[in-house]
Each structure stands twice: as C-alpha cells, then as structure tokens.
Design a protein around this ligand. Structure first.
Ligand SMILES: *Cc1c(COP(=O)(O)O)cnc(C)c1O
Length: 360
C-alpha cells in the first residue's frame, strides 16, 4: 500500500539520546531546554529574529489572528486546508474568499482590492504546496490599505524567495510540523514574526498570558509543545536537507514518467526555490481525476484530493462573490504520493497506472 505520504522517522538512537536527557532532567514541558534548542535552531534555519514553537499549525494560525488583534473581515484563499478558514471563524472573524490564480493556485492579488471593505483588517493567504504567494503584490496592497498579512506556511518549510526564507514576508508566518508534513515533530507548529511587539504578544499568549506566576499580560491559551515533540524536531532537523534533496529528485522522476499524461502542474513562482512539498497534477476534468483515483486504488495507491472541496463550500461560511477558479481546480487536482523512501520503481508503477487509466 502506498499512501500520499509517510512520516519521516529518524534513527531510533538519535531519538533515544534526547529521551535519556528528558529522563535525567525530569522536565517534560513548559519551555524546557529541548524546546529552547529547537527554537534556536529553527531561528537560525529561517534566519528570523522571533519564532515560537507551538502545539500545532492550527493554534499557530489562531494565535496569529489574536496577536494582531484582528476583527471583522479577513481576506483569504478558498484553496487551502480547512484550518486556514476555521481559524478565522474560530477567532470570531469573517472569512472573505478571493479567488486563486489558475496557474499558481495561490490567492490572486489582482482580485484582492475589489474585496476590501471598511471592515477588512487583514489578508490570510496560504503558500499552496510550498509555492510562494505573490508576496510583493500582497505587501503593496496591504500597505496601501493598512491591512495586516498572515501567511499560512504549513507547506512552506524550506522554500526560499529571492534566496531568503519565505517566512521573512508578512506580519506573521505560521508553520505546521504535523507528522504528514515535510519537516515534522509528530504534532507541532511555529509562529514567526519580524516584529518585537507582536513577538511579545505571542510569547505570552502561547502560555496562558502568564507574565510570571501571578500576573497576566494578555488573554492566553495553552499553545505550548513538549520536550518529547521538540526532541523529534531536533532529530529530524538534521535530515531536512537530505529530505528536501530527495523530494526534488523524486518529483523530477514523476515529471519524466508523466510527460505523456494530459495534466497540468502548478506554476512555481519564478523567484522561489521550491521545497517540493507536494506533487500535484491537474486533470482535464473531474471525471478523469476520478478514473485515475480508481485506477490507483486498484494497485493499492492512495493519493489525496488536496484541496477538495473548495472552502467557500463550508456550511459555516457565507460567500457572496463566486470563486470559480478555486471551485473548478479543487475538483480536478490530485496530490500523488511523495515521501523520502518512495522509490523510482514505485513512481514508475504509479505513473504507468495513471497512463493506462488515461488511455483506456
Ligand atoms: C496541515 C495544515 C494546517 C494545520 O496544521 P496542523 O499542524 O495539522 O494543525 C494548516 N494549514 C495548512 C495549509 C495545512 O496544510
């Protein structure tokens, strides 16, 4: 059986080394030494001044919205994982969906201004599949209308833009380190900002708002993560360069094997060094996508429809403008298996099954 992804696991001895340390210290959570070490290493990796390791990528988004004090309407993309939208709703704001660009599959900046109202406070956009949004266009619009910008970078670990980490953009960038992501800590996430004032809000919010044992700085939540999770992160971080390299090679193999398949591929931002977080193909019709899924399941391959359905279809949102591109793409897009131990033979087998389904 081949699933869309398979979590990376470091050599057992690597993890045991950290676990032995946890046992000898007896410090399991609450900003322990491994959490601190992971944060330091990640700050270096992204070359950013402020990074907070949290319990998952969803709480990262919710804290981001809260830390910026957002209210009213938040402009967002309908083509993302449900957590992007649910976080907006959970924080008592209203998601306003702006359609995506048909080639990059990221929010289309040329449509943003028409969606801005006096109630708009921010733009929350996703770097879909790890492919950067048009951050320069978004920055310009945000500056002109005094809007905050949050990037859901759950897919974007390792992606750079003009040679810098993509997390240098926006007021806040969030990450997910869930087991299915390219870099993971089993469960986990992070919040990145360049701004010291915002960082102070986040630091307190993550820990119930505590400012010492008896004083409270702001409304907080429990967004902390544990030493055990940080240990997994410290192990996996040593392999991340290799993981990125392997995914690039595996994606190139798909490109070669699928050259005769009549599918589209997302257009990668020119200024980006892409992390190959996902291998997405866009079929000509939903029918050909469903045929392909059936053919793959016949050989025990389980791809995923990331992202389907388009999020304006959630029953708890209201959308006035139609987002036809997102709705259309979400019906035709499929992510193929891609993970570090996937072999060329398996890719070839998957590719042949897809070609057979097309030619039937
Ligand atoms: C995975 C993911 C999230 C949520 O992250 P969790 O760590 O699972 O809470 C949010 N947004 C996107 C785009 C994701 O892919």
């Amino acid at each position: 059986m081949i699933n869309v992804t398979k979590p990376f696991l470091p050599p057992r001895e690597d993890y045991d080394h950290y676990i032995n340390g946890i046992w000898s210290r007896g410090w399991l959570t609450n900003n322990g030494p491994l959490v601190n070490e992971l944060e330091l290493k990640l700050k270096e990796y992204f070359d950013v001044p402020h990074l907070f390791y949290v319990s998952n990528g969803t709480i990262a988004l919710q804290i981001a919205i809260k830390a910026l004090g957002l209210t009213g309407e938040i402009i967002t993309t309908p083509f993302s994982y449900v957590a992007t939208t649910s976080s907006i709703v959970w924080e008592g704001c209203i998601p306003v969906f702006v359609d995506i660009h048909p080639e990059t599959l990221n929010i289309d900046p040329s449509l943003i201004e028409a969606a801005i109202t006096p109630d708009t406070t921010a733009i929350l956009a996703t770097h879909v599949y790890g492919n950067p949004c048009d951050v320069e266009a978004i920055e310009k619009i945000a500056a002109k209308h005094s809007l905050k910008v949050i990037y859901d970078g759950a897919h974007a670990f390792g992606t750079t833009y003009n040679g810098k980490s993509i997390f240098h953009f926006g007021d806040i960038g969030t990450l997910s380190f869930h087991a299915t992501k390219l870099f993971h800590t089993i469960e986990g996430g992070a919040i990145i900002t360049q701004n010291a004032t915002i960082a102070k809000e986040i630091a307190h919010m993550r820990n119930f708002g505590h400012e010492g044992p008896e004083k409270f700085f702001n409304v907080g939540i429990n967004g902390k993560n544990s030493e055990f999770h940080a240990a997994m992160g410290l192990c996996n971080l040593k392999y991340v360069a290799k993981i990125l390299e392997e995914r690039k090679a595996l994606s190139a193999r798909y490109d070669y094997m699928l050259r005769a398949l009549r599918v589209g591929r997302p257009l990668i931002q020119q200024k980006a060094d892409f992390n190959h977080a996902y291998y997405a193909i866009i079929f000509e019709s939903e029918k050909s996508l469903l045929d392909a899924i059936e053919a793959l399941q016949g050989v025990y391959v389980y791809p995923r429809r990331y992202f389907y359905p388009s999020l304006e279809n959630l029953h708890y949102v209201r959308q006035e403008q139609s987002v036809v591109v997102s709705d259309d793409i979400s019906r035709r897009v499929l992510c193929l298996p891609l993970y570090h131990t996937l072999s060329y033979e398996e890719i070839d087998m998957i590719s042949r099954a897809l070609l057979r389904a097309q030619n039937n």
